[in-house]
Design a binder for this molecule. Structure first.
Ligand code: SF4
Length: 347
């Protein structure tokens, strides 16, 4: 099965199910996934400087610590000058991609985000800008792209409508989420999607639907991370996702999408101290250290016990560099676009 996945980039559902559910396939999957990542990216690991600039959100996803109904969350917004100062710091530390991430905060209008993006692009024309601001109208996405944004991250979270409804209130819909993703692709963004592993009510069949949706979407970036509960949410007592399930899925994604940009996420490092190294060894090729000011880091608490909330950006850069080296790879200060050739290995 693994050989077939390696050679063709695909498997029938019943075989994917076996790989997803059985840990005995783990080591072989990781080996093959590493093989594929080395073929396209060598030992390079791209770094992205994450700037979490607002934790206000109009949505109420049941799993998220900064959902609007969490009245205990202390809210913050960074101003344009603060965001630019994070970029300056990041640029001096060798970052060539800035990821502007936030809740769905309507304070950041089409015009304001356009102004911030064009200012960053003017100051750092050799850098890529990734936005992750949730679901917005087509015209907002288009204006930000025209202002200089290169990439957009919007995880679909689950491609199954029934499952989506169990994780989100009625005001949100999977249909709209998918439409946003198609709009981003149409506009020309390098588009990223992804899902949580081990989220409440998730079945293996749901995960297979996620993989099938990604095959249809053909994203440039795929982010997955284990579900981790947050105490002030309706799912506060649910159990966290399993490290090994997430690692197996990272490897399966690398084999299905050989050239995709796949992060070893902070959530992976939160459920296990070696999670990010293991993620890299299972096929991931991106790490995203935090460039947000330390004073607001703890407030962007989308799940409990999130790591890296105390270190300055420079410290976390050095710390991650060591971790990446210990896993057998090296951080590069490249802009780190996706390999632009054919997306899939030909059978
Ligand atoms: S997951 Fe995103 S959209 Fe949902 S509540 Fe959290 S920040 Fe808002």
């Amino acid at each position: 099965m693994i050989e077939q996945l390696y050679k063709t980039g695909d498997l029938p559902d019943n075989e994917l199910k076996k790989l997803i559910e059985n840990n005995e396939y783990g080591q072989e999957l990781y080996k093959k996934a590493d093989n594929v990542r080395r073929k396209y990216y060598g030992t390079d690991v791209y770094i992205r400087g994450l700037i979490e600039f607002t934790n206000y959100c109009k949505n109420d996803c049941y799993y998220c610590g900064i959902r609007k109904s969490n009245t205990i969350a202390e809210r913050y917004r960074l101003g344009k000058e603060e965001i630019l100062s994070c970029c300056k710091n990041g640029y001096e530390l060798g970052f060539r991609t800035f990821v502007l991430q936030g809740g769905e905060d309507t304070y950041f209008s089409n015009e304001l985000v356009s102004c911030i993006v064009s200012e960053i692009k003017k100051l750092y024309p050799d850098c890529a800008i990734t936005l992750s601001l949730g679901e917005r109208p087509y015209n907002d996405y288009k204006a930000w792209f025209n202002a200089g944004a290169d990439r957009y991250l919007l995880r679909h979270e689950t491609a199954n409508d029934k499952h989506y409804r169990k994780l989100h209130p009625d005001s949100m819909s999977l249909e709209n989420r998918k439409n946003c993703l198609w709009n981003l692709k149409k506009i020309g963004y390098q588009t990223g999607s992804g899902f949580m592993t081990g989220s409440p009510y998730q079945t293996t069949e749901n995960i297979i639907e996620d993989l099938r949706f990604l095959q249809e979407l053909k994203p440039d970036m795929i982010g997955i991370g284990p579900y981790i509960s947050h105490q002030n949410t309706p799912f506060g007592n649910n159990k966290n996702g399993d490290l090994h399930l997430c690692l197996r899925l990272l490897a399966i994604l690398r084999l299905m999408f050989p050239k995709a940009l796949i992060p070893a996420t902070t959530a992976l490092g939160t459920i296990d101290p070696k999670g990010r190294e293991l993620g890299l060894m299972a096929g991931a090729n991106i790490v995203m250290p935090n460039l947000s000011p330390v004073k607001v880091r703890k407030q962007y608490q989308i799940y409990d016990n999130k790591i890296c909330t105390d270190e300055e950006a420079a410290e976390s850069r050095v710390y991650l560099e060591k971790k990446v080296l210990s896993a057998g790879y090296k951080i590069v200060t490249h802009i780190g676009h996706v390999c632009l050739n054919e997306h899939f290995l030909q059978p």
